[in-house]
Design a protein around this ligand. Sequence first.
Ligand SMILES: Nc1ncnc2c1ncn2[C@@H]1O[C@H](COP(=O)(O)OP(=O)(O)OP(=O)(O)O)[C@@H](O)[C@H]1O
Length: 551
Amino acid sequence: MKLYNEVQDLKGNIRVYCRIRPFLPGQSKKRTTIEYIGENGELVVANPLKQGKDSHRLFKFNKVFGPEASQEEVFLDTQPLIRSVLDGYNVCIFAYGQTGSGKTYTMTGPNLSSKGDWGVNYRALNDLFHISQSRKNSIAYEVGVQMVEIYNEQVRDLLSSDTSQKRLGIWNTAQPNGLAVPDASMHPVTSTADVLELMTIGLMNRSVGATALNERSSRSHSVLTVHVRGVDLETDAVLRGSLHLVDLAGSERVDRSEATGDRLREAQHINKSLSALGDVVFALAQKSPHVPYRNSKITQVLQSSLGGQAKTLMFVQLNPDVESYSETISTLKFAERVSGVELGAAQSNKEGRGVRELMDQVASLKDAVAKKDEEIGKLRLVKTSVNDERQGMSSPRHGSSSPRRHSIGSPRQSRALSGGKRSGLAEKAVSDRDNSSEYSDKHSEAGSQQSTDDFRHHNELFQQSRLAVADGGQNPTEDIESRLALVDGSQNLTEDIELLGFGDADHEERLSDISDGELSMGTETDGSLNSIVEFTLFPETAKLRIDSAEK
Ligand SMILES: Nc1ncnc2c1ncn2[C@@H]1O[C@H](COP(=O)(O)OP(=O)(O)OP(=O)(O)O)[C@@H](O)[C@H]1O
């Protein structure tokens, strides 16, 4: 299995399997577009409207399953990925294709009561339990399940007993534990029976509408997320894997589904989110510095499983009917682009060493910020008295027409001013007035060059402050002006920490679209830290333990 992981890591981590559904009962007279299925992932599709060599098109994927392929055969080629999850990888398996092409058949299966019909979801979880059982003497696993649907760009919990079905927020950045929708209920599962029960509830809750193409058409994306946490009983090392099993909504063009009104709006949302998914995949493929995860809910939810560190498998579902030819071609073109994507080696979330290092960094940065806060307080006091004294000395010049002569900020001037002695309430009042006119003067006349210079100067000093922080927060204290500049610098330091994903403000920013105004997880604790020091998969226990850890 290790070998498989290595081989797949080398190959790059997006795999594409194509599956062609058979004609349904009553469709035996239909003509097929599928001309040839090769052993090594080749697929030839024929254009019913053309003759000659232009009428055929060859595609190549990792594997192509014909209409006779059983659920078991399809899963056999997926199975190694499930083991990867237990080895600490993030894995995403999604089904893409037009309405009625067999996405739900592949992912869920047509009939839950018959084991032979089980789709990838049940088989994956079944496998997960078997493997975790077989490893129980060396690794203790916890498995938790969330199931959400994204309908018209709103995320809803499919497993919530809360019938009001509030919209849920999503983390905007990938979390170390892969938890993208913190408020979706997390259900501990220990057996396939538990999973069957949950999925039955989830499927019942899924939004189902009717289109001209498929009367039982699901117009939402459904995402079943399996979170796995394993503790090595010998070394206490922790590994964390997640598995996203995604049944995307149909990819057909709006005009063909003859949709109007609500159905049209649904179709537009679906098209937009699927193209956002494509954009993310292609940005990853091009190693673009900006990956547009935020453009849709589906890409936000799947973020931790779609990056360079995860393994992704896409099932491309096809309806063989000639009438679906143009949809088939556009689906295959999308799939072809995805299959060309090499993301680089996937990485296992093992050991937790990286997380521990990050925790240490956060602790020392927070320490440094606390020290800086204290210093800022002191420096503000110094600044006030320096201003007072400076005003005392500069009062003869008060009223001068030259704004430059009022400006403070040159180190030389500050040093000179720091020698001044007089201050008083009356002078302070004059000084405040003087300062405010100085502010507007400076902005109206000295112009942007002055602020650019200030900015550059502060920036340089900020660089020093960063270095000082790295040295344990000790700064040289030769010059009041530069220390005052550090006051600004330390604000930047806070921003810096937030950029790293540890700031409170950023935390709220990262949870998007909370329509109910509730940030149940986010407002109670520093959520990002919360997720890093996640001791268990299940929030109730996690919260208790985090509270004591914080103390
Ligand atoms: N491999 C298969 N073998 C037999 N029947 C299949 C197969 N794939 C799909 N079907 C049947 O085709 C029909 C449509 O399949 P399914 O509902 O899975 O499509 P879908 O792509 O999920 O559609 P939607 O986008 O509406 O969710 C169903 O009746 C399903 O049982």
